[in-house]
Design a protein. Structure first.
Length: 119
């Protein structure tokens, strides 16, 4: 079993920055990638960003490209999301996730952390 713990959320103003962190523990030896999703009330959870440990490639949703940067440490199973130029539409609960398996799929999730951007 894998445990994921997020930190770093909060309330900021439009244009500000925040950095989310996520640490994974437990059965993480087969981790292929880690990432972030977010969910607004009444909407489906959506992909934000991910990074794979093989090659260090990162992927972003179009809505955050150029503003968010994902990074991580595969040895520590830790992932970060640097969020700059935040907009009110970035307000959501952000979930950390970890992918395992073949083919890999995101199958472990954190409890989520609130990010609120005021206008």
């Amino acid at each position: 079993q894998v445990q994921l713990v997020e930190s770093g959320g909060g309330l900021v103003q439009a244009g500000d920055s925040l950095r989310l962190s996520c640490a994974a523990s437990g059965r993480t030896f087969s981790s292929y990638a880690m990432g972030w999703f977010r969910q607004e009330p009444g909407k489906e959870r959506e992909f934000v960003a991910a990074i794979n440990w093989s090659g260090g490639y990162s992927y972003y949703a179009d809505s955050v490209k150029g503003r968010f940067t994902i990074s991580g440490d595969s040895a520590k199973n830790t992932v970060y999301l640097q969020m700059n130029s935040l907009k009110p539409e970035d307000t959501a609960i952000y979930y950390c996730t970890l992918a395992t398996g073949s083919p890999p799929r995101f199958d472990s999730w954190g409890q989520g952390i609130q990010v609120t951007v005021s206008s």
